[in-house]
Design a protein around this ligand. Structure first.
Ligand code: GLP
Length: 241
């Protein structure tokens, strides 16, 4: 696990952009695993800016998002589909048919999970997975207790996660109670993982992660089982380390 220590959120985003652009520009074909949440927003802005200024192409990129709420229409302002369109996909030249997010509206949700795993595998697996972390250590929507070998599955969201995400909704009642997420096993199958951690509210989670104790009650600790993880974190997040 390599840790890159930087000053602040802006520097995290610059570093993440640099790493992503290196892979995007050098690979003939690239499968990216993408994340939502506030953390990657500025990284996406920098990627868009770079695309506008330098015409970096995404024609050869396929993307799989980590997770999606269950029950929100694709066009709902709070769906992760809308989030990704708004922050990234609408502004770069990635072909629409190369964009994948879990289907939170499927009649058969179990089948939707199986199909998503198959789609990832049919594309040769994820080359680089971008990750954020929840303050309870969740990755994607894998809450504490999720088995480390889990594939894409349906989750009941922890109350703390719903509260944390309520800021995007009008009220907590509107935050969906379930989501579909890549599993910890799916995440660990990525060839490379880039975890971004910013701010004081993530500092305890980051300190726990860096204690290196692997514990299923702390999902991010599964990353210790992966050979190629880079963490980019700022001073505020690193304050207890
Ligand atoms: C959400 C997402 C995660 C994200 C995490 C942290 O619940 N499902 O993928 O990493 O919360 O979010 P933020 O970056 O807003 O702190």
């Amino acid at each position: 696990m390599q840790i890159i220590r930087v000053e602040d959120y802006e520097d995290i985003s610059k570093k993440a952009t640099e790493i992503l652009l290196d892979r995007i520009r050098t690979a003939e074909k690239l499968v990216l695993g993408l994340a939502t949440g506030s953390t990657p927003v500025l990284t996406y802005q920098y990627l868009v800016k770079d695309h506008q200024e330098n015409q970096t192409s995404y024609q050869h990129v396929t993307s799989f998002n980590l997770d999606e709420y269950i029950g929100l229409p694709v066009e709902d302002p709070n769906s992760y589909h809308t989030f990704m369109d708004h922050h990234l996909f609408n502004h770069i030249d990635i072909p629409r048919e190369q964009i994948f997010l879990p289907n939170g509206l499927a009649d058969n949700q179990q089948q939707a999970c199986i199909d998503y795993e198959k789609q990832i595998q049919n594309h040769g697996g994820i080359d680089l997975q971008l990750l954020g972390i929840g303050s309870n250590g969740h990755i994607g929507f894998n809450e504490p207790g999720t088995p480390f070998d889990s594939a894409t599955h349906i989750v009941d969201l922890a109350e703390s996660t719903r509260k944390a995400n309520a800021r995007f909704f009008d009220s907590i009642e509107e935050v969906p109670k379930q989501a579909i997420t890549m599993g910890i096993g799916s995440i660990l199958r990525s060839k490379e993982i880039l975890l971004l951690v910013s701010g004081e509210k993530k500092s305890k989670a980051l300190a726990r992660l860096l204690e290196k104790q692997v514990d299923s009650q702390f999902p991010a600790s599964a990353l210790h089982h992966h050979a190629h993880v880079t963490i980019v974190a700022d001073k505020a997040a690193l304050q207890y380390t």
